[in-house]
Design a protein around this ligand. Structure first.
Ligand SMILES: [Zn+2]
Length: 154
């Protein structure tokens, strides 16, 4: 019996698709091509796909029949890619394993957050600076003819 015929392929929900686009900043997670463009006459084009990390089909690249159709269609199993990167990923499933794609996606999501400034980089706290070696800093300044700022004592 052909198990492929019994396999039910689910589509991602609209909420999952929006989540994927939002987290990806509308860009391909590999080459960062902007995937949603508008031409000079206002025509919109979508240049990418919601690519599956574990293939939607058991026979597809990175297929896994132990994973349910619902999980395969969920946002956590999708990565936003341009058409070229999608083809490359599906034709090179060894190079682009599930783990590698998850790594690429995580790096991309972090890049989007950094680009939008939503990751707050902590300023160094005082206790990080408590081990500065003042005599060495003075010696370095003298050897390299650098004028160090002096603290007013009174
Ligand atoms: Zn791409």
């Amino acid at each position: 019996m052909n198990t492929e015929a019994k396999e039910k392929r689910l589509q991602p929900t609209e909420a999952d698709r929006r989540h994927l686009i939002g987290m990806s900043g509308g860009c391909c997670n590999i080459c960062r091509l902007r995937l949603f463009v508008e031409g000079q006459f206002g025509e919109q084009a979508r240049l990418g796909d919601d690519a599956h990390i574990i293939a939607a089909s058991n026979a597809g690249p990175r297929g896994n029949d132990a994973v349910s159709s619902a999980l395969k269609a969920a946002a956590k199993n999708l990565i936003l890619l341009c058409k070229v990167c999608h083809s490359k990923v599906d034709q090179q499933p060894i190079e682009y394993s599930c783990d590698r794609l998850l790594e690429i996606r995580n790096e991309h999501y972090r890049w989007v957050e950094l680009s939008l400034g939503s990751i707050i980089i902590e300023k160094p706290k005082f206790h990080y600076l408590s081990y500065i070696n003042i005599p060495r800093a003075d010696m370095y300044a003298v050897v390299n003819s650098i004028a160090l700022p002096r603290v007013q004592t009174h």
